[in-house]
Design a binder for this molecule. Structure first.
Ligand code: GLA
Length: 392
């Protein structure tokens, strides 16, 4: 089991060492960190202008580096899972010679952020990236890389400091350079995360309500299924389009504006699958605000019930779960002291999130290990702060 303590110190040390080995002529001047996230509830609601309730993780991506006078941007990742080459150099982009996505894939997130950065002209720079957010595990390793890179650029070429615009620029980077039409949740929580709090985010107004989550008797357990089905890439945009279609048939801008009664009344005009997709989104938006209320009043039983309902809806109506995630949820809730469990993130693999009594942690982990057909990894996590500058 991994206690998801920050580990930032070690990451920073590693990144600094790699920097000095590879750029001996330079001295690292800047260090930043940006977290991954786990979403407690509110799945596939962000791109429907609904609510989400994520927390920022202690697991982060760190970027260290400095400006250079040679007009060259040099990037190096220490991630073992990243595709080759791990180092990349290119001239500072200009309007006539903008960046475009390509190989290696890991650099596309960084290039996208450079492209959408909100100040300039950028100087050349050398940067090393290191992360302990599991890559491709549904804990937003990509958003943490984008937000970390944006935070790094803010140190060498300051923008106006607007945090919302920062999250939106990182989201655009993902849309245009990684071809992933994601919502705003991941980048937003990586920028705005608050220690000891989950954030209820209204993805229409971008208004944030922090909800305390620091009860010493309560544990947030993340279980990584260690599987990732390749469906994610194609299924996510399909779900997004289906939601738009449902809203269009109902004459609304988004499913946020559709009530369950509206949906039921229009059932005959909607394709069965589209109807089910919309039913998930509309019910999930309500579950998310209800869950935030339950958490605020420390009604963990109610919160857990909503988590399980959310999972069932994602599995049945939205069809983004998979047998491994279903197994993990079933194993988690089948014992004393567990309030609820569900898949978290986009789906088709990745992680589940379980809310449980601290006294039940050991037994629950053992039970999941015994019942799961694969090999799971566990992280006990605490809500942590959003992107920040590190002292070197
Ligand atoms: C991915 C996306 C998010 C969100 C979730 C599902 O993580 O990046 O914007 O849509 O899936 O809730």
């Amino acid at each position: 089991m991994v206690m998801a303590e920050s580990g930032v110190g070690r990451l920073l040390e590693d990144a600094l060492r790699v920097f000095r080995e590879n750029y001996p002529m330079y001295e690292p001047k800047v260090g930043v960190a940006a977290p991954g996230r786990v979403n407690l509830i509110g799945e596939h609601t962000d791109y429907n202008q609904g609510f989400v309730l994520p927390v920022a993780l202690p697991m982060v991506t760190v970027v260290v580096g400095c400006q250079s006078a040679d007009g060259i941007i040099s990037l190096l990742t220490t991630a073992k899972e990243a595709d080759e080459p791990k180092q990349l150099e290119f001239p500072v982009p200009t309007e006539s010679k903008p960046l475009s996505p390509g190989i290696p894939c890991w650099a596309n997130y960084v290039k996208g952020v450079i492209h959408h950065y909100r100040a300039g002209p950028l100087p050349g720079f050398k940067a090393v990236m290191a992360s302990n957010v599991p890559l491709g595990g549904g804990l937003s390793s990509s958003a943490s890389l984008e937000v970390a890179m944006y935070t790094f650029l803010q140190q060498i070429c300051p923008d106006d400091g607007d945090l919302m615009e920062k999250a939106l620029a990182c989201q655009k980077a993902e849309h245009t350079f990684a071809s992933m039409p994601c919502g705003i949740m991941d980048q937003f929580i990586s920028v705005m995360g608050q220690k000891d709090h989950a954030l209820l985010i209204d993805c229409r107004s971008l208004e944030v309500t922090p909800v305390p989550l620091n009860d010493p008797n309560l544990v947030v357990l993340i279980t990584n299924s260690n599987v990732r089905h390749t469906l994610t890439g194609s299924e996510y945009p399909t779900r997004r389009m289906q939601c738009m279609e449902a809203a269009k048939v109902l004459g609304k801008e988004s499913l946020r504006d559709v009530s369950m009664a509206d949906l039921k009344a229009a059932e005959a005009h909607l394709d069965k699958e589209i109807y089910c997709r919309a039913r998930h989104v509309i019910s999930e938006i309500k579950r998310t605000t209800d869950a935030a209320g339950a958490l605020k009043s420390r009604d963990y039983q109610e919160f857990g019930k909503l988590m399980v309902q959310s999972h069932n809806s994602l599995r049945g109506d939205y069809e983004v779960s998979c047998p491994e995630l279903d197994e993990l949820v079933a194993a988690a809730v089948d014992g004393q002291g567990v309030y609820g469990s569900r898949m978290t993130g986009g789906g088709f693999g990745g992680c589940t999130v379980t809310l449980l009594d601290s006294a039940a942690v050991e037994k629950t982990i053992q039970r999941i290990k015994d019942k799961y057909s694969g090999t799971a990894t566990f992280y006990i996590t605490k809500p942590s702060s959003g992107a920040h500058v590190l002292k070197l």
